[in-house]
Every structure is written in C-alpha cells, then in structure tokens.
Design a protein around this ligand. Structure first.
Ligand code: C5P
Length: 230
C-alpha cells in the first residue's frame, strides 16, 4: 500500500473509570501539575506525528470544555459511546471528511499518560509500510496460569502471550469497517480484536513498560514516578 501523508490520533476518553473510586472520571484526576488527559494529549501533540487528534468525550462530561487543550486547533471533539469501541468509532467518524481510507490512525487510551514520543515514532516507523498495522505490546515476565473455578488447570506458554498496550495503529477505512461489523460484541476490548475477527493478523511492536493505564488509585503515584524518571 502507498505511503500517505496524514496520520491521525484517536483518543477514547468517555469512560467513567469506576475502579478509581474517585469523584470524577479518571482522565480528569490531577497528575504532574495538570490532569491525566492533558498529559496524554500533550504527549501526542508534542510528538508532531499527527495531523489532528480526535477525542471522544461523554455528552454529560462537564470537565472537558473547561480544559484549555479542548480548544487546541489540532484537537477535534467527538461524542463518546456506550463502550470503548463505540467511542473510537465516533471519533473516526468525526475525521471522515479529512481522512483518506489508507491513512494511518493511532488509537490511544486517554488513561495512558506516560506514552513517550519515542514509542509513538517507533510504532509508526515499524509499521508505516505494513498492509494491516499493529499494536504496542509487552512480553510477559511472569509465569502465567490458566485458572478455572479458583484452581490452576494449566501453565500457559508465556512466549505466546503478550499484553496489549496502546497506541494501536491501523488504516482508517479498515479500522472503521472492522469496528462497525463488531458493534455490540463485548469481546472487542481493543482495536486489534476487531481486526482479528475479520481474519487479519496485526503485528506486535514491543513497547515501554512505563506506558501504564491508570486503572486503580495507586496507579497515579506510579505514573508520577515514571514521568519523573523519563
Ligand atoms: O476503562 P478502561 O480503562 O478500559 O478504558 C480505556 C479507555 O477507553 C479510557 O481512556 C476510557 O476513557 C475510554 N472509554 C471510552 N468510552 C467508553 C468506555 C471507555 O472512551 N464507553
């Protein structure tokens, strides 16, 4: 496939983050002097890899319009959906006038604020000429167990198991079609799984272990620590 000039970022940010037990969605919690989502978006914008960043925001979200970054000329706001996949599809649709079918899209969780510019460019450089695309992922250092009804039934060969991170990088048209066909399927928890259901075999690109997703309260302190180390 041909090399295209525009690369787009899509950021699903319409989740409520119940596991944080906080008074607001986790993307609006304080981190390194700003908020989680401002850190995430600044890193995407500062990488200078993207023509624009489409952010999916819940219709009931009072916090987003208050942030200066929501008015950034390269930031496009789209309505969020019921599930993560619905939010991603909505953000893709917000780009439809500007994106070509072959353009690359990098989908990145709002809740992963420690993403480095190095990892963004590593992913793009590795997959730029690929037909399908792929994802940042981490190999597993722990021994992994299959558990049924609270007891271990098997040890899984860890050389075959990777942890899926974001960004996940796919062609605009292919990703839109795969998400549309997978609509309502609860097994689609990331973009790659939608492509896999179509029979595609996305690539993995090893990412940095500090690209954590803020999920539990203690993750904020960990993210702060990683940012200081970076
Ligand atoms: O809840 P979880 O951490 O898996 O969410 C991953 C990302 O997907 C978060 O950035 C969250 O805001 C986003 N999301 C969304 N729309 C939903 C659910 C989650 O944009 N309906």
């Amino acid at each position: 496939m041909s090399r295209t000039n525009n690369i787009w970022a899509v950021v699903p940010a319409a989740g409520v983050g119940k596991r944080m037990q906080a008074d607001r969605p986790k993307q609006y919690l304080a981190l390194a002097g700003t908020t989680v989502i401002e850190q995430t978006l600044s890193r995407l914008l500062e990488s200078e890899a993207f023509t624009a960043v489409a952010v999916a925001i819940s219709r009931e979200d009072p916090y987003w319009p208050e942030l200066k970054i929501s008015g950034h000329p390269q930031v496009i706001t789209a309505p969020g959906g019921k599930e993560r996949a619905d939010s991603v599809l909505s953000a893709l649709k917000a780009l439809q006038e500007r994106a070509a079918e072959e353009d690359w899209v990098l989908v990145h969780d709002a809740a992963r604020p420690c993403l480095t510019s190095g990892d963004i460019h590593h992913l793009i450089d590795t997959l730029q000429e690929d037909d399908i695309g792929g994802i940042l992922a981490l190999s597993s250092h722990d021994t992994l167990k299959r558990v049924d009804a609270g007891t271990i039934s098997a040890t899984i060969d860890r050389s075959h198991v990777w942890r899926a991170l974001t960004p996940q990088m796919f062609r605009y048209g292919m990703l839109r079609d795969a998400l549309q066909e997978a609509e309502g399927n609860a097994a689609v928890t990331d973009e790659s799984s939608a492509l896999e259901m179509q029979g595609y075999r996305p690539k993995i690109v090893e990412g940095r272990p500090d690209n954590i997703k803020i999920t539990r309260p203690e993750d904020l302190a960990l993210a702060q620590f990683y940012m200081e180390q970076q």
